[in-house]
Design a protein around this ligand. Structure first.
Ligand SMILES: [Zn+2]
Length: 323
């Protein structure tokens, strides 16, 4: 968790606290000026409260009981006046967004769930702002466009695209449902229009719903940004190296400079070493072409650290549009 994600989330709680305080004081002032009797009753109850505490402390049980009775009577009168005038007792009590930590973010020195939730939410907002992932869900993935006739692959083997893609679909769904930041990386290979981005982003949606930090970038936009940020000192890569799941879409579509290549190497290598999963998609299905484009160091790490999924079929986008 970076300092920004934490202090950003904490300032949300601080704002909530100030808002609730402002609401509380405004309401209280309104009630006291409209109903002076309520103001006097509150003062009396407060004073009696102090007397009650003292009596308890000095073990004057009888006195304590008497004081308690007086307090209850006054409190009932106050509640009655409040209700008759359209208020409630809660209007005179400070309200909190989170009762557990009273909007302080901490319970007994531990980070409260409400603060944790804010940190996750904020983190996801930051990540998606860096590069919004196309919205995709498993439910919207349709297998009907994949042929049911066997097709020969470049390596000479035959598969039925429909059956094969059904397996890949199930694999991805399972991958997402059982996701942990220790999952293996995936390399999705196949021609354009076979649903790689759709399945990769469906995995992203499921993981984000579970509260994991997911970062998505299309290769082209990422390496454009990397070049732009090169001299500005902006830390684009920090989030990519640290998030729970990183998706690099359409590898091969970008123009690579030596600098971009070194950044890609850093991403692939660091995430491999730290055991954090990535999903790479690419239209380059030939290993020699991958090596020619990215060099031996990157290609061997990509192939070595990922489970490979070969997408087969006809261009689904063309089929969909021809209907
Ligand atoms: Zn809380």
């Amino acid at each position: 968790m970076s300092a920004d994600g934490y202090s950003g989330a904490y300032s949300v709680l601080e704002r909530r606290r100030l808002e609730k305080r402002a609401i509380f004081f405004a309401k209280r002032d309104e009630i006291y000026s409209r109903l002076p009797r309520v103001s006097r009753l509150t003062d009396e109850i407060t004073n009696l409260g102090a007397e009650y505490a003292l009596a308890k402390l000095e073990k004057r049980t009888g006195d304590a009981q008497d004081i308690r009775k007086k307090m209850d009577t006054l409190d009932r009168e106050r509640a009655r006046i409040l209700t008759e005038n359209g208020y409630s007792r809660q209007d005179l009590e400070m309200q909190y967004f989170c009762d557990k930590c009273k909007d302080t973010g901490f319970v007994n020195g531990k980070v409260c769930d409400c603060l944790k939730e804010e940190i996750v939410k904020r983190r996801q907002r930051l990540l998606s702002a860096a590069s919004p992932a196309p919205r995709a869900r498993f439910e919207d993935f349709s297998l009907e466009f994949y042929p049911k006739q066997a097709k020969e692959l470049p390596n000479g083997t035959f598969v039925v695209p429909y059956n094969h893609m059904k397996q890949i679909y199930e694999f991805c769904k399972n991958y997402a449902e059982r996701f942990t930041p220790a999952n293996k990386s995936l390399l999705m290979l196949g021609n354009a229009g076979l649903g790689k981005t759709h399945l990769a982003c469906s995995i992203a949606s499921v993981c984000m719903e579970k509260g994991y930090t997911v970062m998505y970038a299309s290769s082209q936009s990422l390496f454009n940004k990397v070049e732009q940020a090169r001299y500005s000192g902006e830390d684009l890569i920090g989030d990519i190296l640290n998030c729970d799941l990183f998706i690099l879409d359409d590898l091969g579509a970008e123009n690579m400079t030596n600098y971009s290549l070194s950044v890609l190497y850093n991403i692939v290598n660091t995430r491999m070493i730290t055991g954090k999963p990535c999903i790479y998609t690419t239209n380059i299905i030939n290993q020699n072409m991958l090596t020619r484009k990215y060099g031996e160091k990157i290609t061997s790490r990509l192939l070595g650290s990922c489970s490979r999924l070969f997408f087969v079929g006809d261009d689904v986008r063309i089929l969909k549009n021809s209907r």
